[in-house]
Ligand binder design. Structure first.
Ligand code: AMP
Ligand code: MG
Length: 414
């Protein structure tokens, strides 16, 4: 590969080095789903908080049960009280006593064992028990799940429904999470019209702005849509100034070699540490990156597929890192390629792929036409097939790496 091209991993390293994790904010636990915990969750209470019954049955003293002989002699105990869940027994279990107990109720003093109702023959005042069980049977021990004072969820954890359940169990209605990055989105091009503009037959719709806004949301950022800039440096500068409070600015278009490609020029003029890369990837070769004060600025190619893929490879990991996440890249799996494919051994290719699980084995095929303007190729894709720079040929049956874009994978069996 010529030195002229920059490997994607090098560009990823540069953009990730340039950003850091954002500060924290307090949110309601339901709103914290998918975000990153910015405090350690310390257990302020044990779980279970007290020994409680795992079954509906009778709390007894194990010493009162039938002896563990080949043919045990049944015993009859006096039922002295009944405790539903949410109440505690007022009496303790003495010799020959039993207390009727429901699942979740605290085990009464004196009792060390619970006998399931199914294993007894109860009347109003007595209960007949037929066989021996181990001491402690059907008792959930205090603290067997959670010990008071332990760190239950360390900061940096991505919050899922299970974490929200535990947060609620620990009595936390509000928690600190890392802030979402504010991502300003600007589309450049005299050929563009927006959805609320008067329809013009000679123009194309600013689809990139909307795709970027959605990719931002999906990655956990907050999109700020700045609209369209004309291909004029002054207009571009003015629009860029509207992004001064954003953590990230993503501009589509104007990064190639055309006469009206001003994004690269303007970012070079306004920014620090500006890189005008020719990435060794296809699609999405030209990418500009730099910082204007504290805003990370990306100039991505205008072709809809190139723009989505460069966003995916470069902006998404930055949004995730700023949000405090530690897994910055998509799940990558190996799948059996089902087509033939050839390329020059220069750039890394990202083909839009359809992964299916066929008889338990992941397979992948392309979505058809892979042109960088064919946005429908993204529509059908649930993965990106990641073909290394050096590879020249692929045939059916070859193993390829795929980056999963979605969890929706069809399962097929024959
Ligand atoms: P550029 O990178 O500015 O040379 O743009 C390359 C091509 O991408 C143009 O021919 C446009 O058709 C298309 N394009 C640029 N910006 C957008 C956009 N915001 N939405 C949809 N297509 C775009
Ligand atoms: Mg343009």
């Amino acid at each position: 590969m010529s030195n002229f091209f920059t490997p994607l991993v090098e560009a990823q390293h540069t953009v990730l080095e340039a950003c850091s994790v954002l500060g924290k904010e307090k949110v309601g636990i339901i709103e914290s789903l998918g975000r990153t915990l910015a405090e350690d969750l310390i257990a302020k209470r044990a779980n279970p908080p007290w020994n409680n019954s795992a079954m509906d049955g009778f709390a007894v003293r194990n010493a009162d049960l039938p002896t563990d002989h080949l043919v045990p002699e049944p015993v009859t105990l006096n039922v002295i009280e009944e405790v539903p869940a949410g109440r505690s027994a007022t009496r303790s279990v003495g010799r020959g006593d039993a207390i009727r107990i429901m699942t979740g109720a605290p085990v009464p003093a004196g009792a060390d064992t619970v006998i399931k109702i199914e294993d007894t023959e109860p009347t109003k005042t007595h209960v007949k028990i037929f066989s021996a069980v181990k001491t402690g049977s059907h008792i959930r021990k205090q603290g067997e799940d959670i010990t008071k004072g332990e760190c239950l969820i360390p900061r940096g954890t991505t919050i899922r429904p299970a974490e929200i359940g535990i947060l609620a169990m620990m009595g936390k209605p509000l928690i600190f999470v890392h802030q979402r990055p504010q991502v300003a989105i600007l589309s450049t091009g005299d050929e563009l019209m927006d959805l609320d503009d008067q329809f013009d037959e000679d123009k194309i719709t600013n689809s990139n702005g909307y795709a970027f806004a959605a990719q931002t949301r999906e990655a956990g950022g907050t999109p700020i849509v700045l609209g369209i800039s004309k291909d004029r440096p002054e207009d571009l500068k003015e629009k860029i100034s509207e992004a001064s409070n954003a953590d990230i600015l993503v501009i589509s278009g104007g990064v190639s070699m055309g006469d009206y490609d001003f994004t690269k020029l303007v970012l070079s003029e306004l920014g620090k540490n500006v890189h005008a890369w020719k990435l060794a990837i296809k699609p999405g070769q030209p990418v500009t990156f730099g910082t204007i004060r504290d805003t990370l600025c990306f100039g991505l190619p205008g072709n809809p597929v190139s723009s989505m893929i460069t966003f995916e490879q470069l902006v998404r990991p930055v949004i995730l890192k700023m949000s405090g996440q530690t897994n910055l890249f998509r799940l990558t799996i190996q799948a059996t390629f089902q087509e033939t494919f050839s390329k020059r051994p220069d750039r890394r290719h990202f083909l839009r792929g359809i992964v299916r699980i066929e008889n338990g084995i992941p397979t992948v095929r392309t979505t058809g036409n892979q042109g960088s303007g064919i946005l429908t190729s993204m529509l059908k894709a649930n993965a990106l097939i990641d073909i290394p720079e050096s590879v020249e040929q692929l045939k059916p049956g070859d193993m390829v790496s795929v980056q999963m874009l979605s969890e929706h994978v069809p399962h097929i069996s024959s």
